[in-house]
Design a protein around this ligand. Structure first.
Ligand code: SF4
Length: 446
């Protein structure tokens, strides 16, 4: 029997798609009367939303679920469910391997969560991991108290089959949501107080409205018209599919922010080919040039994998030189790890952990220098900042994001939360900018 006041501990691993799904889960569970708690010890229901993109993330999930065994022994009424990509990948193997688990559900089964919890309360253990046939999930679930910023999925899955990536196997093939439904969700979020929307997809450039054929640039234009929405971001763009239409849309639509995540993965043509990325270093740099020509203030982000099978020192140095050439504002970098089902997992020329580790350290050190220099180059500029609330560190400081997505901290009153203000940048730090408020210029307030 569960306690009368039900509590759920919802843990999220991995990418923004998972963060988005977790918000939807939290909304559904709140409707069932579950209040969220931070600590698993205080919960009647524990839901893990998992990631299998990298081996380390997957191992963390197994060790975390293993630790919950003790809790289940102490509180036999505790329900434990595992969702996300590890759930999709492992299916009912997880139930067999971990007898203290109650249910397992893949990303497409998120809307079935209330039913799965209900069944678990009646003692039924099950795995729900069927990938949807052709349509993207169509349920609109607005999180309780969504805040100023929110995410909206425009498409799920991926058709690209990069040789290292598990996503097409655990998230399925590309499926776009109808534009009408995306707009309905954006409007509902704006009505709930959201002012900045991030449109999500593994490869937003191949968005294609199943009803009207609208492409992603067209979708951006429609979202740009939503009243009382101030800012639009999107992720992720595949470099091979970044078309002129999207670049023009970024340059011409006032609410679309000057920020783009354009994952290169490697600076070496040999590696890009082995990764099945569909572009060369030259083509990638050409895309960056075209983008910067139209959107000069754009802040660029990237992902880089070090130690892909067969990566020579020379290949790695090509990645370092790509960083120097592009000068990213932010970078996610990872050591290659074998993933189930993938072609790269079956390659032979694997690198040892020490080599991968030292390359990662070198790459990240270089990016720290570049990132700091890029931030220092912002000093003296006046930036429009959407104020999110008091800064985590520093008394009397408020924090928000610039149009390019950089964190900006500045002295100011808490009443500014939810408004757009202008801030003069006075200092560039490694992960943020510091500035001073330019008074009485913000007209929009939430
Ligand atoms: S584009 Fe490549 S890396 Fe990105 S999700 Fe698709 S298969 Fe994975």
């Amino acid at each position: 029997m569960i306690e009368p006041s039900k509590k759920v501990c919802l843990r999220t691993f991995g990418c923004q798609m998972n963060a988005y799904d977790s918000l939807r889960m939290a909304g559904m569970l709140a409707d069932m009367g579950y209040a969220q708690v931070e600590e698993p010890d205080a919960a009647d229901l524990i839901v893990l939303n998992t990631c299998s993109v990298r081996r380390l993330a997957e191992e963390k999930v197994y060790s975390y679920v293993g630790e919950l065994k003790r809790l289940k022994r102490e509180k036999p009424w505790l329900i434990i469910g595992v969702g996300g990509c590890v759930a999709q990948q492992e299916g009912d193997k997880l139930l067999r391997r971990l007898p203290h688990l109650d249910f397992v559900f893949g990303p497409d089964a998120v809307p079935s969560l209330p039913g799965l919890v209900g069944d678990a309360l009646r003692g039924k253990r099950q795995a729900m991991t069927k990938l949807g046939p052709s349509a993207a999930p169509s349920q609109i679930i607005i999180p309780t108290a969504p805040g100023l910023r929110a995410m909206v999925t425009v498409m799920t899955g991926c058709d690209n089959f990069c040789s290292y990536c598990v996503v097409p196997y655990v998230r399925g093939r590309e499926r776009s949501r109808p534009a009408g439904e995306v707009l309905q969700e954006v409007n509902a979020l704006v009505e709930a107080g959201v002012r900045e929307i991030t449109l999500l997809g593994q490869n937003v450039n191949s968005y294609h409205d199943p009803d009207s054929g609208l492409d992603f640039a067209g979708l951006l234009a429609r979202v740009n018209e939503v009243k009382d929405l101030w800012r639009i971001r999107f992720t992720t763009s595949h470099p091979k599919d970044l078309g002129q239409g999207l670049i023009e849309a970024m340059a011409g639509l006032d609410k679309v922010m000057e920020q783009m995540h354009l994952p290169a993965q490697s600076g070496s043509n040999r590696m890009l080919k082995a990764m099945n990325r569909g572009y060369t270093r030259e083509k990638y740099l050409e895309q960056v040039r075209r983008l910067r020509e139209k959107v000069p203030a754009v802040a660029l982000g990237s992902d880089i994998i070090v130690g892909f099978p067969g990566e020579s020192q020379e290949d790695f140095e090509q990645s370092l030189s790509l960083l120097r050439e592009v000068r990213y504002d932010f970078l996610y970098s990872f050591k290659y790890s074998d993933r189930p089902f993938t072609r790269a997992g079956r390659l032979e020329d694997k690198l040892d952990e020490d080599t991968k580790g030292s390359r990662l350290v070198e790459l990240q050190a270089l990016q720290r220098v570049i990132g700091l220099q890029e931030h220092q180059a912002q000093v003296g500029r006046v930036e429009e900042v959407l104020v999110e609330g008091p800064a985590k560190h520093g008394q009397g400081l408020m924090s928000g994001r610039s149009r390019a997505g950089r964190v900006v901290n500045f002295p100011g009153p808490p009443e500014l939360t939810g408004s757009l203000v202008m801030v003069r940048i006075t200092q560039g730090r490694e992960n943020s900018l510091a500035g001073e408020l330019i008074p009485a210029t913000g007209e929009n307030t939430a």
